[in-house]
Every structure is written in structure tokens, then in C-alpha cells.
Design a protein around this ligand. Structure first.
Ligand SMILES: [Zn+2]
Length: 459
């Protein structure tokens, strides 16, 4: 039997057709693993050739991948040094491609949310954005989302790349833009800093709607509805992005918002990296878009079951190619998925290392307190569990809505019972807890303060 041919992505870029790109992704979804691997290999070789030719930063760094005939030899891939955020900051100008193929569309400037203290500015192409959008559409399709329903996005609004469509007068729609606008639902954006009561009011006005927001904001909405069940909006599904999703978050959203959570792991630098499987809960890598590697502390690829640092090479950002870019996020390698899709899975996306506790034997663990259990002891107060030293933790609770109970002793006993290892837990009352300017909030954190590891408050 002959191999089914996958079209070249450039073909679609040349014709400027996001629909063509999307159809390519649909074809890749159920193809044979070796065909998918070949597709990725061709894309990697192309962007590496481009990077060596047109990006000063990569010229020497990647030159050794060329063989005597000027072809890319990927057997040397593991010798390519990784790069990280400080490398981008230090070498910003040298990372900008001197030229970008016309077929990749215009070059845009984007910046990450400011949760690290200052945003990271990046260049990207229109095609990179198209690829990410098409991967998101493919993911939505696997969950049978209905494009005709509205979508409310409650996110950090700063730092988005400006698009011509933002100034258009027609009401914005979501879903594939090659579809008839009549068949596409309204898209409404709100800031994640909007008071919860107003967020709920707007969601109720929308009728049955999808909601795209951070897991932390989803938790805050779930707690609000738990207190005011008469104000429960009709959320069809919750699309989360940008933070670790705990089982507690999934439980709370199911119980109080009445919806399931559909998660995508993506980063501002690299785009969509892995998407939740509709059948088995792991996260499928996106080999058509990104070379994803999970590396151990020595830089060796992790085997299934092992946890390591996420290292990504996005395949369509020809404006500022990032090659083996390491974020601060960790994931567990999962192998192949029982659903039959050829894209390998991450069994867990763990998020930032400082969102975990470290045990004296060096293991990273993530305590998973249950909000519904905690409600008996702290009511609807917001909480945060922080490792402050070896064997030391603080359980911080906010002042919370008036009249809520606070049984510090019982809360302390509960928290001690769910942390692995010996920990002295101290309850801190009236803590000021809320999202950062980037709209993120870590409910579990490791922060040894000035005298220990220098760790940012949240990733
Ligand atoms: Zn699967």
C-alpha cells in the first residue's frame, strides 16, 4: 500500500489559506506515526536551513548541522545547545531574521504577560499565528465544540499583538474565519481583573456560552457560584490555558459551574505545545507545529514516566526562530495514547518547578488540597499553600467574605495530612491573595524568600 501524501505546508502558506493549513492538520491527526515523523522532519530541516541562512544568532550555533552538501543532518540534533529566556533578551537583535519568506505573511510584534516582572518582546509571523489558531480549531473539533455558540474570553488583555481585525466595525466572531460568519458565534473579551460579580453578570447575559479563561479565574468563578448558586451561568465548556490545572480545579468547575474543562498547554514564546486528549486525559504533543522534547537535568531526553523540562522548537516562526527553547515548565513523558492518534502524549503537564514542593530527598511533589474539604474549615476564603523552607509550609488564607468560619487548627491538620513528607504547617490569616498583573495565581508555590532560592512569586 502506498503512503498517503501529506501536502506541504508551504503550499497553503503560498495560497494564503488557513483552511488549507487546517485541513493538513486534520489529515495528520490520524495518519501513521512514521508519516507524521517525516512531516515533522521536513519542517524542522526547512526552518533550520532558514535560521542558518538568515538569523545571525543561529548562523554559527547551528552551522555544524550542515553536511558537506549543505543539507541538514539531524543525527547531530542533541548537540544543539538549548536556549532560554535570558538568551532571547541578550540576543534580541541577532535573533530577528534578516528576511522572511513572503508566503509566511507579515511580521508581528508580541509580548508575553508581565508575570516575570517584565514582559518578553518577540517577533512572529502571521503563519505562526495561523498554525496556532488551526491547532486550536482542530482541538476544539475533537471535543465537538459548536462554532455557532458564543465564546467569552476572560484573560489578561495587555501584551496581545495588535491585529487589523481589532479595529473592524463588525462584531467579532470566533471559530475558523473561512467559515460563513452566520455560522460563527460572537466573541467577547473581558479583562481577568474585572470584578467577579461583573464577570458572572456578563456570562449570564450571554446565554449558553463557552468560556476561555485561566484556571485560577475559573476557580474564583466556581467559588462565587458556590456562594450564589442562583447566579450560575450556562457555561458549555471551559477552555483553559496558561497555568497548571489541578484535579481540584476540574472538580470545582464540574460541581459549581456544571461544565468540563478542556485544557491546552501553550506558552507565549512557542504557541500551542500540547492539547488535552478528548478520550484519555493526557496531553497530545503537536508534532506538526513544534518539536517537543522533555529533557532531564543533564539534558538527556526523558523516557516514558520520567519528568523533565519542556524544550520546544516552534516550526513556523521564521521571524524569530527559537531552536530548543527551554521554558521553566515541567512535564511527564507518556508515550503513545490509547485513543489511537499518532501524536505522542505527555501524561502530565506539571507547570513551573516553583509550583511544587521539594522533599529532602530531592523529589518534587505537588500537594493537591481539595477546596470542598477546605470549605469546612475556612469557608470561601481564598487560600495559597507555600513551601517556605525545608519541612516548612505556610497555609495562607485571605480575609474572605464576611462571616466565614476559620478553624485554623483543623485547616492545619488537614493540610499536614495531604502533604507528602514531614512538614510543619503554619496558618497565616488575612493574607492578600489575588492574581498578578498577568492574571495568574499559583495556589501551590515554593518560595524560600530572599535567604533561600531566588524564586519569583508566580510563573
Ligand atoms: Zn489520545
Amino acid at each position: 500500500m502506498s503512503e498517503p501524501e501529506l501536502p506541504d505546508h508551504d503550499e497553503h502558506a503560498d495560497s494564503g489559506s488557513p483552511e488549507g493549513f487546517y485541513n493538513t492538520l486534520l489529515r495528520c491527526e490520524w495518519t501513521e506515526p512514521h508519516i507524521l515523523a517525516k512531516f515533522q522532519e521536513n519542517s524542522v530541516k526547512k526552518i533550520l536551513q532558514h535560521a542558518i541562512r538568515h538569523v545571525p544568532y543561529h548562523r554559527d550555533r547551528l552551522g555544524f548541522l550542515l553536511d558537506g552538501n549543505g543539507n541538514i543532518n539531524l543525527s547531530r540534533w542533541l548537540a544543539v545547545p538549548t536556549m532560554s529566556r535570558p538568551d532571547v533578551e541578550r540576543n534580541y537583535q541577532d535573533l530577528i531574521a534578516e528576511e522572511v519568506p513572503k508566503s509566511h505573511g507579515e511580521v508581528l510584534t508580541a509580548s508575553t504577560s508581565a508575570s516575570h516582572g517584565r514582559p518578553l518582546v518577540l517577533k512572529k509571523t502571521r503563519l505562526h499565528d495561523t498554525a496556532i489558531a488551526c491547532a486550536s480549531f482542530r482541538h476544539a473539533r475533537t471535543f465537538d465544540l459548536d462554532w455557532a455558540r458564543p465564546l467569552v474570553l476572560i484573560r489578561a488583555l495587555a501584551g496581545r499583538a495588535r491585529r487589523p481585525s481589532d479595529t473592524a466595525t463588525a462584531p467579532p466572531k470566533w471559530g475558523p474565519d473561512w467559515m460563513d460568519p452566520e455560522q460563527r458565534g460572537e466573541r467577547v473579551r473581558m479583562s481577568v481583573h474585572t470584578p467577579l460579580a461583573r464577570q458572572i453578570e456578563r456570562l449570564c447575559e450571554m446565554g449558553p456560552t463557552y468560556l476561555n479563561t485561566s484556571p485560577a479565574n475559573a476557580m474564583a468563578l466556581a467559588a462565587f457560584v458556590a456562594r450564589h448558586p442562583e447566579k450560575r451561568p450556562a457555561i458549555l465548556a471551559l477552555l483553559t490555558v496558561g497555568e497548571y490545572v489541578s484535579q481540584d480545579t476540574r472538580r470545582e468547575c464540574r460541581e459549581h459551574l456544571g461544565c468540563e474543562l478542556i485544557d491546552v498547554f501553550s506558552t507565549a514564546e512557542c504557541g500551542v505545545i500540547a492539547t488535552q486528549c478528548p478520550e484519555h486525559g493526557g496531553y497530545h504533543m503537536q508534532p506538526e507545529l513544534t518539536v517537543l522534547e522533555i529533557l532531564d537535568q543533564k539534558g538527556k531526553p526523558c523516557r516514558p514516566g520520567e519528568t523533565g523540562r519542556i524544550t520546544a522548537t516552534p516550526l513556523y516562526n521564521y521571524a524569530m526562530p527559537l531552536v530548543r527553547y527551554q521554558s521553566e515548565d515541567y512535564a511527564t513523558v507518556g508515550g503513545s495514547c490509547a485513543c489511537g492518534r499518532p501524536a505522542p502524549i505527555l501524561s502530565k503537564v506539571l507547570g513551573r518547578s516553583n509550583h511544587h514542593f521539594v522533599l529532602p530527598d530531592g523529589r518534587y511533589v505537588r500537594p493537591e488540597p481539595s477546596s470542598s474539604e477546605l470549605r469546612q474549615f475556612i469557608g470561601f476564603r481564598r487560600w495559597q499553600l507555600v513551601q517556605t523552607g525545608t519541612g516548612q509550609a505556610e497555609f495562607r488564607v485571605s480575609a474572605g467574605p464576611g462571616g466565614d468560619p476559620l478553624d485554623a487548627e483543623a485547616a492545619e491538620a488537614y493540610i499536614s495530612s495531604i502533604i507528602e513528607g514531614e512538614f510543619a504547617v503554619r496558618v497565616i490569616r488575612d493574607a492578600i491573595l489575588g492574581p498578578t498583573s498577568g492574571g495568574k495565581f499559583a495556589s501551590v508555590l515554593r518560595d524560600f524568600g530572599e535567604h533561600g532560592e531566588a524564586l519569583a512569586n508566580v510563573g
